[in-house]
Ligand binder design. Structure first.
Ligand SMILES: [Ca+2]
Length: 470
């Protein structure tokens, strides 16, 4: 499959492909009036836009109706994406949870903030420790008058000073851990990590319904006079694939012959989509929607062993092949981002923080790695930054505490499939599905990328990540 066939597969029509070939970074431009308004001049009382960042857990690149899934229905997420700009080359910073969340909330490569791998509730299985001095999104927005909330999954530490309330969130209603072993009891390894602020709570209900309800309640409390940022992080559709029974029955009745694993996952995704629809409805009710920039994306690719699909992309969650790191993403901002627009600009989770800050007119004064893509959103075009991009993951088990890394420069991607295994080189323009390893045939490119990757790893090596004590 070459690039043109690939674009055809993912639904780029002839016009889209031509526009991309001509310009690359931007979607269709808005009218001159809208595009020329200053960024940050929103219409809320405080003159700043509100932000709703919806991060879902392990949703594969192919697991939305709008991304080609034929056996599931995600009308609310599809509509949200269609109301703004869709990004076809959006990537999570990491193929697993904690590092991507660290990158999203800090605007930095996860290894540079102490989170190269998943944080777990026991030290031997923990591969990260978020550096205390690094400012998080709510801390960066606070001087501009923002109030911030996290509803849902945190996964960046279980004890102070690593909990949401220590890191700038004014409101936290969700859970601290990496996952739940049951969507109804919410426990992990016998622990209850559900919190309201700092207080342990033990609510009843399916986690997706709880997070939906809590997000809606918080939105209804917000007033136009104060800008806000809601980070809504569902744990769906992460395993266990445990949808409410009636949602599973509905999927089985509609999709005769569907595999049991797939049916469970489809139902879990559809139930989450329904929740997102309710949140967007609550936003509309508050009359704040027009002043609100909404981001939708996933923290890593889908887990194929549990029925997830990543379109035609190679492999899935946990790997550095495209299926592990490419994610669906859309951004809606009424009156600013053209509905139905689409971009092939490469964006990573870490680019969201600088984008929101620029939209809010907030200067980021400390060092970050992410780059704002606001100009692309506003249809102002301009070239995307020429930059090497890096991904990585540290882990135990078969990784034995080692890490794998990848670098992308232009269309070339060099990756280490497992610690200690030979590096593989792919040209994603000719070979988007990573079928033809060119490590032996394109030695000059291989060496250049290897050198750049080694330099980045030398930066990472200076940053501690091991949790202390215990
Ligand atoms: Ca995840």
């Amino acid at each position: 499959m070459n690039r043109r066939e690939f674009l055809g597969h993912i639904g780029f029509g002839a016009m889209g492909a031509t526009a991309l070939a001509a310009g690359g970074s931007g979607g269709r431009a808005l009218g001159a009036d809208a595009a020329s308004r200053d960024a940050g001049g929103g219409e809320s009382g405080a003159g700043k836009p509100n932000f709703l960042v919806i991060l879902v857990d392990d949703l594969g690149w192919g697991d939305l109706s709008s991304y080609g899934a034929a056996d599931l229905k995600t009308p609310h997420i599809d509509r949200l994406i269609a109301q703004g700009m869709r990004f076809d080359l959006a990537y999570a910073n990491c193929p697993v949870c904690s590092p991507t969340r660290a990158a999203l909330l800090t605007g930095r490569y996860q290894d540079l903030v102490g989170v190269p791998g998943v944080i777990r509730h026991y030290r031997a299985g923990s591969w990260g420790n978020l550096i205390e001095s690094v400012p998080l999104l709510p801390q960066v927005l606070k001087p501009a008058g923002y109030t911030s909330a996290l509803v849902g999954k945190w996964h960046l530490g279980l004890e102070p000073p690593d909990t949401p309330m220590d890191r700038g969130f004014d409101h936290f209603h969700g859970f601290l851990g990496d996952m739940m072993e049951d969507y109804y009891t919410h426990r992990r390894g016998g622990h209850n990590y559900m919190r309201l602020g700092r207080q342990e709570i033990d609510p009843k209900g399916h986690a997706t319904d709880l997070f939906t309800e809590w997000a809606c309640a918080w939105l209804r409390e917000q007033k136009p006079a104060r800008p806000w940022c809601l980070y809504l992080a569902y744990n769906a559709p992460h395993v266990p694939t445990q949808p409410p029974p009636e949602w599973l029955e509905r999927v089985k009745a509609r999709e005769p012959g569907i595999d049991e694993n797939r049916a469970r996952l489809v139902a879990l995704i559809e139930h989450m989509d329904h929740g997102i629809g309710q949140v967007l409805e609550a936003l509309d009710e508050t009359a704040l929607a027009k002043d609100t920039l909404v981001v939708f994306t996933s923290d890593n690719g889908g887990e194929t062993g549990f029925g997830a699909r990543n379109g035609p992309l190679r492999d899935g969650k946990g790997t550095l092949y495209e299926g592990g790191i490419r994610v669906p993403m859309g951004v809606r901002w009424p009156g600013r981002v053209a509905p139905g627009s689409r971009s092939e600009r490469i964006v990573l989770s870490m680019d969201i923080l600088p984008t929101l800050c620029e939209a809010a007119g907030v200067a980021v004064k400390h060092e970050i790695d992410g780059a704002s893509f606001l100009s692309t959103l506003l249809g102002k075009g301009g070239a995307a930054p020429q930059r090497d991009l890096f991904w990585g993951r540290r882990e135990g088990g078969p990784f034995k505490g080692g890490a794998v890394y990848a670098i992308r420069r232009g269309d070339w991607k060099l990756l280490e499939p497992m610690p200690g295994k030979p590096l593989e080189l792919y040209n994603l323009a000719d070979d988007p599905l990573e079928q033809k390893d060119r490590a032996q045939t394109d030695r000059a490119t291989f060496e250049a990328l290897k050198k750049a990757l080694d330099a980045q790893l030398a930066r990472y090596a200076k940053v501690p990540w091991k949790p202390e004590g215990k």
